[in-house]
Design a binder for this molecule. Structure first.
Ligand code: PEP
Ligand code: MG
Length: 542
């Protein structure tokens, strides 16, 4: 038995034969031609065929994984129509008097190199797309059908990498799982895999040769492990696990598309928490009604320098567009305490959880805050975005935030940049905020209760300190009363209130929360369906 480790893209266990997929290398030769116009015509007709193929792929993907995830094939169509890309191909054919294949390959390589050296992550991702469309054109010009040969027997696919068009063409009834040596959990391929419910691992150091091909393997997508020629006990254990997972999934799957509504008819907004636009697929896959907490600080933590306004704008816009009209609440930068990024150069603190963090940092360094607000307000034009501010303790802080908001909107207006001031709310995660929640409710449009910090500050238990576990009461009456008080004060002022801390997914408390009047629960994507089950089993009149 050999064991390989990689990055989990999608959980689940698959057992079967592995097939090494080698993308046919279409070697492109440079051939001199006498009549370049004939080559230009060959290129034009290959482009038409490619457009038709992409339209078919788009329709297939729409039906299987939804419009938002199918959008990549629309992007490919747009790239094929790009005037610079087309002009470069025609120009190479005409000036160098060469075959269309060579002109497409050269243009594809040049454009892809340009994109991959750009700083913007969104533009870098386009490098892969240019390669993909150029390969498609070359395959058509070479007379091939860009159709991956499907195996008769369902198998586990191993490849160096998979481009999105290859992933969507996989026949799900024939592919049990896929593992790739390259690829990031961030790629379109990974997003598609998640939505397609195929166990998948990327970044695995698997030799793609005869030592693997055709062998029996186990893919444990959840843990990112591949066992090649597994020992009988492992095989038995994994089969049992597979069976358990299947039963649990099936039970919950039946709740997809169903309303998050109590037995007596109260509709609850059941949203998901994410840390990155990478997690969007999980939101869709688990059928969340929206995003209740996007922890935007992860955008900062993943980088070595401040994300620019443009970078942030693209991320927020992508999220807003992908959520297609469903509410998406983005929390502004909550850095400090356990979440540190060196380039902020924050002074070491004696008590970081009570230190210069979250909104305090944003109000102290308005240039950072303003960049994020500009990006958020610009992205709000593209969907139902809402913004919430973390670690609020007083009305005064909310007013200071509003002063910055006014400056930002005045600047955007002056610069004639389209923007929209989205719905604005605050996190209730300090006892101070709970105690003045009647006053705060007059200042904002919603509350979201952060039970992780609220528990830490109410019980005076450092959430990072494992030695305090025996003192930590997960269902602390003190915290539950704080929640009840917040809900009451929010409703008196006619604003809605949700819970986005971990307690929100504790199904032992769902009934209690709903009886308090909580309007929204935002939980990890993998918990959405189990919380929906609990909501649907609650009777508020009982
Ligand atoms: C919380 O404090 O409950 C919360 C949701 O925010 P975070 O866990 O990111 O501090
Ligand atoms: Mg918090």
């Amino acid at each position: 038995m050999r064991i390989y480790h990689g990055k989990s893209v999608y959980g689940g266990i698959a057992i079967g034969k592995i097939k090494v997929h080698n993308r046919e290398d279409v070697t492109v030769k440079r051939i001199r031609v006498e009549v370049p116009e004939q080559e230009v015509n060959r290129y034009e007709s290959a482009k038409e065929t490619a457009m038709k193929q992409l339209k078919t792929l788009y329709d297939k993907a729409c039906a299987e994984v939804g419009d938002a995830n199918a959008a990549i094939f629309e992007i490919h169509q747009m790239m094929l129509e790009d005037a610079d890309y087309q002009e470069s191909i025609r120009h190479i054919i005409r000036t160098q008097k060469v075959n269309a294949e060579y002109a497409v390959a050269t243009t594809g390589r040049n454009f892809s190199n340009i994109f991959s050296t750009m700083e913007d992550a969104y533009m870098q991702a386009r490098a892969e797309d240019v390669r993909d469309i150029s390969e498609r054109l070359i395959t058509i010009l070479a007379g091939g059908e860009q159709q991956r040969q499907q195996e008769e027997e369902p198998m586990i696919l191993a490849a160096e990498d998979l481009v999105p068009s290859e992933t969507v063409q996989l026949d799900k009834s024939k592919v049990l799982a896929f593992v790739t040596v390259k690829g990031s959990a961030n790629s379109h391929t990974a997003i598609l895999a998640r939505t397609m419910n195929i166990p998948a691992i990327v970044g695995i150091d698997l030799p793609l040769d005869d030592t693997i091909d055709g062998k029996i393997v186990i893919v444990n997508g959840t843990q990112g492990i591949v066992y090649v020629e597994p020992e009988p006990e492992i095989l038995e254990r994994m089969k049992e696990k597979q069976q358990e997972e299947r039963q649990q999934r099936e039970l919950l799957q039946s709740l997809k598309g169903k309303e998050s509504v109590t037995l007596d008819g109260k509709k609850i907004c059941l949203y998901a928490n994410i840390g990155n636009s990478k997690d969007l697929a999980l939101v869709l896959q688990n059928d969340a009604d929206g995003i209740g907490l996007f922890r935007s600080e992860f955008i900062y933590l993943e980088r070595e320098k401040f994300p620019t306004e443009e970078e942030q704008f693209h991320i927020y816009k992508t999220v807003a567009e992908t959520m297609a009209g469903k509410k998406t609440i983005i929390r502004t930068l909550d850095i400090g305490a356990d979440k540190q990024a060196g380039y902020f150069h924050l002074e070491p603190e004696e008590n970081p959880a009570m230190g210069l963090r979250a909104i305090r940092l944003c109000l102290t360094r308005p240039e950072i805050f303003k960049t994020q607000l500009r990006a958020l307000f610009r992205a709000a034009v593209f969907g139902d975005l809402a913004v919430m501010y973390p670690m609020i303790t007083s009305v005064n802080e909310v007013r200071r935030i509003q002063e910055v908001v006014a400056e930002v909107t005045a600047e955007l207006k002056k610069e004639d940049i389209p923007y929209r001031v989205p719905e604005q709310g605050i996190m209730i995660e300090t006892p101070a905020a709970v105690m003045v929640s009647d006053m705060l409710a007059k200042e904002v449009e919603f509350f979201s209760i952060g039970t992780n910090d609220l528990s830490q500050y109410t019980m005076a238990i450092d959430r990072q300190n494992p030695h305090l576990d025996s003192f930590f009461e997960p269902h602390s009456e003190a915290v539950l009363r704080m929640i009840a008080m917040t809900v009451e004060n929010a409703h008196k002022e006619g604003i809605w209130v949700g819970i986005c801390g971990e307690l929100g997914s504790d199904t032992a408390l769902t009934e209690r929360f709903l009886k308090m009047g909580v309007d929204e629960l935002s939980v990890a994507p993998g918990h959405v369906l189990s919380v929906r089950k609990a909501i649907r089993e609650t009777d508020l009149n009982a």
